[in-house]
Design a protein around this ligand. Sequence first.
Ligand code: HEC
Length: 154
Amino acid sequence: MASAAGYAAFELGVAYFGSMNTQSRKRSSALRWHLVGVLLVLGIGLSRCVSDDPIATPEDSSALCDTMTVRFSAEIRDVLRRHCWECHASSIATAGVILDTYNGVNARVTSGQLLSAVRQDNRLARPMPNARPRIPLCDLRKIEIWVAAGAPNN
Ligand code: HEC
């Protein structure tokens, strides 16, 4: 991709200078390769913007974040299982917080603590997951969408 666009830019430069008369070609001989070089760099730079290579990760790309269906029993439980159950499953219930049952989660939705926790908005005593970075944006979005929909037990 990069080489194709670079080559196209090169051809453009050659065509441009080929169209000049001999007098001006001499005058601009120093400029010639300079401009070709600039066009080459430009071509490579542009080709990077339209590269087919996947640069974005599922975490930070909304295109790859599927929020079409967000149900408590599937997507939400999955997010909580991955990020929170280690400390907040019923069997552990750190700080009395239970996040593997609908009632347990819904209590934290009502209190506003669930969103505060996953957003890490500094309203809780400690950011959650405890002492760890914020959960990935895609997971956060799913929770926000589900809460905004009234946190249904679906
Ligand atoms: C590694 C263990 C750990 C993980 C993982 C974890 N927590 Fe916690 N959580 C704690 C501890 C410890 C506390 C008690 C913090 C305190 O009060 O100082 C706590 C407290 C909380 C509280 C109550 C905060 C308060 O101010 O009363 C909420 C809500 C909470 N966690 C939500 C979550 C959510 C949501 C996740 C997943 C995104 C999560 N936690 C992941 C350990 C954890």
